[in-house]
Design a protein around this ligand. Structure first.
Ligand SMILES: Nc1nc(=O)c(N)c(NC[C@H](O)[C@H](O)[C@H](O)COP(=O)(O)O)[nH]1
Ligand SMILES: [Zn+2]
Length: 166
């Protein structure tokens, strides 16, 4: 229902649980929603598509594939008001050197009006993720949906070796 942002973050968290644990990234889930109709346009989770793929990237690439276009051209097929829900804020730098998700979001153009995130990126791989600033400077609203941080981080870091294991 309108405004129930936590429900979409919960769905994204459910998707994140499908992601194969890996020590060098986070398990993240993402949902792309038509903000006018609340229709779900696409979903994605880390490593869902072949290669070292991110949840948000999978959302975009899966939707582009249904239209047989490149993800860079998604603004041609997206409705006017789209919201991206992701359990963790989009990356601004990737240690692998792959294109960060903030750049993918900005490349889609004006259709994505709001990015809702469950948690900000922890300082483990990339310190002070500059994604929020870049997203807001592009005129996209960046909203932290509070309440699921503990669960989101538990899922996100499930592949990480912790002190007690080592
Ligand atoms: N928002 C987000 N969605 C994801 O699906 C994912 N895996 C991350 N993770 C952020 C983390 O900073 C990068 O995973 C590391 O920087 C390693 O980079 P690669 O993933 O190997 O390109 N962040
Ligand atoms: Zn990313």
């Amino acid at each position: 229902k309108p405004g129930d942002h936590a429900a979409y973050i919960k769905l994204a968290l459910f998707l994140a649980m499908k992601s194969p644990p890996k020590p060098t990234n986070y398990r993240v889930g993402a949902v792309l929603v038509n903000a006018t109709t609340n229709e779900i346009l696409s979903t994605g989770y880390t490593l869902e598509l072949p290669g070292n793929t991110h949840a948000e990237q999978c959302c975009f690439e899966k939707l582009a594939a249904t239209h047989a276009i490149d993800a860079k051209k998604l603004s041609e097929v997206l409705p006017d008001e789209v919201a991206l829900y992701t359990t963790m804020e989009p990356c601004s730098v990737r240690l692998s050197g792959n294109l960060p998700c903030v750049d993918r979001i900005l490349g889609i153009g004006k259709k994505i009006k709001t990015v809702y995130v469950g948690v900000q990126e922890p300082e483990k791989f990339v310190s002070n993720n500059s994604g929020r600033g870049r997203v807001e400077r592009a005129g996209i609203e960046f909203v932290h949906v509070a309440g699921l941080e503990k669960e989101i981080l538990e899922v996100a870091t499930a592949g990480h070796v912790t002190e007690k294991d080592s």
